[in-house]
Design a protein around this ligand. Structure first.
Ligand code: FAD
Length: 170
């Protein structure tokens, strides 16, 4: 992939206080609080959350039993209510550079955002970058296991143990 050089100033336009990578519960919580601290925040998300494997999310106060995509939608709405916040969906961060020529410590991070089309791609500057890209599990090499994961096969007792009471566990 071609990543623009830091010195190509024409490609470095917008400035933010913080770029948050990932719009799951972690990234959006951070973005909400940064925004409320009057910071200009860009959230970039590739829309591949870990809990997409399950139909229902549990244990989050006020949102126990909601589908994960609904939890994220509500959280996004709360963040986007603030004019200081911007959320880019179906975009991924492909490179982060530190500008060695930056005069001060402000806006020295140069982040390359890759969208679905070149028009949706951009390069931005920020004073900070917060990485909230979540985890990705490595499932055992069992044929067809993906089809069961999050439906009848679970990895987290706190998330799904209650519903599995008195039933066989894997
Ligand atoms: C089967 C299953 C059931 C679960 N059930 C529950 C439950 O009931 N309750 C609960 O609290 N938790 C549950 N979890 C755990 C849940 O996944 C985590 O609590 C939650 O998703 C963690 O949030 P996060 O923001 O850290 O990461 P994620 O939600 O995974 O978000 C990370 C985001 O970062 C994005 N990203 C990654 N790399 C880039 C990049 N380079 N550029 C841009 N974006 C990027 C991803 O697309 C993703 O959207 C479950 C998980 C699984 C697998």
């Amino acid at each position: 992939m071609l990543v623009p050089r830091v010195r190509d100033r024409s490609l470095v336009e917008e400035r933010y206080d913080c770029v948050v990578i990932g719009a799951g519960p972690a990234g959006l919580s951070a973005a909400l609080n940064l925004t409320r601290a009057r910071m200009r925040v860009l959230v970039v998300d590739s829309d591949r959350p870990r809990h997409a494997a399950t139909m229902v999310s549990h244990g989050f106060l006020t949102r126990d039993g909601v589908p994960p995509h609904e939890l994220r939608r509500l959280a996004r709405e709360e963040v986007e209510r603030y004019p200081e916040a911007e959320v880019l969906r179906r975009c991924s961060v492909s490179a982060i550079d530190v500008d060695p020529d930056a005069e001060s410590s402000t806006h020295r991070f140069v982040t390359r955002v890759t969208g679905r089309t070149p028009a949706l791609s951009r390069t931005v500057r920020s004073a900070a970058v917060l990485v909230a890209t979540g985890l990705r599990e490595t499932l055992p090499d069992v044929p067809g296991i993906r089809g069961f994961y999050g439906m009848s096969l679970f990895s987290c007792v706190a998330c799904d143990g209650y519903e599995m009471d008195n039933r066989p566990l894997a």
